[in-house]
Design a protein around this ligand. Structure first.
Ligand SMILES: *Cc1c(COP(=O)(O)O)cnc(C)c1O
Length: 377
């Protein structure tokens, strides 16, 4: 059978559509030779703040640094505990450890893969300093009960919205609900730059000012350092590229949603939603599908079969964070967070990028069907 490969992501297809716009945005920057912070970054910050329904946005070096600077601004220090999900990209927990604090992992909801609000409250101790829910794959965590628990215990909430720019929970945008919102502009995110980049969003004026000072080595005024920060500055080139892409983001998010709905129908029509394939449910008011992640039987075999047949796919994430080697000292063992462990063994991400065509999606589903039904059907 003739088979055209379907990549997991095709950034070249996106670039082809905006090439001229990008060139026009970059040209004046080259002439200005102003590459770090400056008016282009300020303009992006204003636009992201408005887009994410926040008072302030502060451009930083990456999504990881957005999380790190947020924890620094909130005073997280050695001996503190920070509650987060075991099922996320490593950065969410790595930043907690880097500040000498202890990540306290809680389990997830089986359908959405997002942190389980009930388990958050049970994990609170006198040492708890903050809670980091992650809006995984582009769908917001169940924020109302999490914010309720946080308020009851006087704890700040840091939203890891790295995969969820533009996602909504009860009509509220990701990054606007907690104390701080953290975004990533890594190229594979829904709004991706030409390299690393990130953004912190916040409503509190004093916290915004502190984040701006921490971004430049804790310096205010120039060459005076009331605190120790770092170099967390965003490049103007990234800001210029991101401002062009931001104008297209809603169209791209709509296309991702359309593709997700098409997969749902195709899997149904193929008779695969009988337990062999579980498609991802939309539980919140706007899911932006950074990933379309199915739960499947015989996951590793299916992954191999798809890869061999030219269908891009990936496992996010094969090892939940409480079982990572670097966190062995924390004392978790297999079975402690069963829903996260099960997800790590059964989930598979399929191509969902905006430029993906219906015909390509039909080929993906056909390939999954051939795996389960036997090669010659
Ligand atoms: C990508 C990602 C990050 C880190 O962002 P970088 O820009 O790569 O540093 C953090 N958390 C989650 C959930 C992510 O997906």
């Amino acid at each position: 059978m003739e088979f055209q490969p379907v990549p997991l992501l095709d950034l070249k297809a996106q670039y082809a559509l905006i090439k001229d716009e990008i060139a026009r945005a970059l040209e004046p920057l080259y002439e200005s030779q102003m590459f770090v912070l400056g008016p282009e970054v300020q303009a992006l910050e204003d636009e992201i703040a408005a887009y994410s329904q926040c008072r302030h946005a502060i451009g930083v070096t990456s999504g990881t640094d957005a999380l790190l600077i947020a924890l620094m601004a909130l005073g997280v220090a050695p001996g503190d505990e920070v509650i987060t999900t075991a099922y996320t990209f490593f950065a969410t927990a790595g930043v907690i450890h880097r500040l000498g604090a202890r990540p306290v992992f809680v389990d997830i909801e089986p359908e959405t893969f997002n942190i389980s609000p009930d388990r958050v409250e049970a994990a609170i101790t006198p040492k708890t300093k903050a809670i980091i829910p992650v809006h995984l794959y582009g769908q917001c965590a169940e924020m109302a009960p999490i914010l309720g628990v946080a308020e009851k215990h006087g704890l700040p909430v840091i939203e890891d919205a790295a995969q969820a720019i533009g996602a909504e929970y009860q009509g509220r945008r990701a990054g606007s609900m907690g104390t701080v919102g953290c975004f990533s502009f890594f190229p594979t995110k829904n709004l991706g730059g030409f390299g690393d980049g990130g953004m912190v969003t916040v409503n509190d004026d004093a916290l915004a000012e502190k984040l701006r000072v921490l971004r430049v080595h804790g310096m205010e005024p120039k060459y005076y350092h009331p605190m120790v920060g770092g170099n967390f500055r965003l490049d103007a080139i990234q800001a210029a590229v991101l401002r062009v892409k931001l104008r297209h983001l809603d169209d791209w998010s709509d296309a991702r949603k359309r593709n997700a709905e098409r997969y749902d129908r195709l899997f149904d029509n193929a008779g695969l939603t009988d337990g062999r394939v579980v498609t991802p449910p939309v539980k919140q008011s706007r899911h932006v599908f950074n990933q379309y992640v199915i739960r499947v039987q015989r996951r590793d075999e299916l992954k191999r079969f798809l890869s061999e047949n030219g269908v891009g796919c990936e496992v996010y994430y094969p090892v939940p964070l409480h079982l990572q080697e670097c966190f062995a000292d924390l004392g978790y063992k297999p079975g402690d967070l069963p829903v996260s462990e099960e997800a790590a063994q059964t989930t598979l991400a399929l191509p969902i990028y905006p430029e993906l065509t219906g015909e390509m999606q039909a080929r993906v589903v056909d390939c999954v069907a051939r795996f389960y039904n036997g090669l010659d059907t």
